[in-house]
Design a protein around this ligand. Structure first.
Ligand code: ZN
Length: 315
């Protein structure tokens, strides 16, 4: 991963405002997370010093999408309802201080936002029943043995709010991640995580759309954070994360959407936050920075989503 995160982490570890710094860092880490090598030129990250301040500018342009995508009516998934994407929710690893019912409500609100989008005629996200005691998460199982030993049963799994040990292995600075799992050409195994971006990995593209085929996506969130449900509590500060907003952002990734938008973060010589400047055109759900309330799709979100799904199910 780019050196930004690690350099900044060292700087900020020395400061008293470490918590706010961490919020910035994890947000910034989303800039660099899951960026396709093929699209690297579209995702620009610049860091420079000016008058003793460090300025970090991230800019993602265009209606970006990942180099992998769901195949409609994929015979390898569930062809009987092949235009549907199934999702499950892990109810064993909840955000701290938030109930299962509240977590489900936040996820379902985010799901509804994509399901009702005007350009979306044929793709629906449909929930699969959750076993309340099932710790979902195949990748988590691969890494730690916790999570699930079984391959994902849903297309999209909200696999839980998990401990820092998981993040040390996956990305030390990330807040949340949508990890892709692709079909391997051998027909019996999968390519997952960052390998999904490696063009040398033999993933399939059965519909010849130029994108490798998704078998599943697992979404994980960092447990060690302050999630809130009511945007009145959030107050657009950097200290809290609106649960529905971050779920909506990660669900966008699970649907194949990448980041866009421009943000500048300014740090003083101690690594303390001075300012965050978000371009007025960058207030999208899929902006890299997700610490504001973003519960509705905006212009670039719609363009990106519709590019992927407006013709879904029409051959
Ligand atoms: Zn993101």
């Amino acid at each position: 991963m780019p050196s930004l995160s690690h350099t900044a982490t060292i700087r900020m570890a020395k400061t008293r405002k470490r918590r706010s710094a961490l919020a910035i860092l994890v947000a910034l880490a989303l800039v660099v997370l899951l960026v396709s090598p093929a699209q690297a030129s579209m995702n620009k990250l610049r860091i420079f010093e000016r008058d003793g301040q460090t300025i970090i500018v991230s800019q993602d342009v265009g209606n970006q999408a990942f180099p992998y995508q769901w195949v409609e009516n994929d015979p390898r998934r569930h062809p009987a309802d092949g235009l549907t994407l199934h999702y499950r929710i892990d109810l064993t690893e909840l955000p701290p201080g938030i109930s299962a019912a509240e977590t489900e409500a936040a996820v379902e609100a985010a799901v509804a936002t994509f399901n009702r989008e005007a350009c979306n005629h044929n793709m629906q996200l449909v929930r699969m029943p959750s076993d309340p005691g099932a710790n979902l998460g195949w990748v988590q199982g691969q890494i730690f043995g916790t999570g699930s030993p079984a391959a994902p049963t849903a297309d999209i799994t909200f696999a839980g709010w998990v401990e820092d040990e998981f993040w040390l292995a996956v990305d030390p600075n990330a807040f949340a991640i949508a990890l892709p799992v692709l079909f391997h050409a051998d027909g019996s195994s999968w390519i997952w995580g960052y390998d999904a971006f490696d063009p040398d990995q033999p993933a399939t593209d059965i519909n010849n759309d130029g994108k490798r085929d998704l078998f599943a996506t697992e979404i994980y969130f960092r447990r060690n954070a302050n999630y809130v449900l009511d945007d009145d509590d959030l107050g657009n500060t950097l200290f809290y994360i609106d649960l529905e907003s971050i779920v909506l952002h990660e669900l966008g990734h699970a649907l194949g959407m990448d980041h866009f938008g421009r943000t500048s973060v300014i740090l003083d010589e101690n690594g303390d936050l001075v300012d965050v400047i978000i371009n007025e055109n960058s207030g999208n759900v899929m902006n890299t920075n997700n610490y504001f309330v973003r519960r509705e799709l905006r212009g670039s979100d719609r363009a990106s989503f519709c590019q992927l799904y407006a013709n879904w199910g029409q051959g």
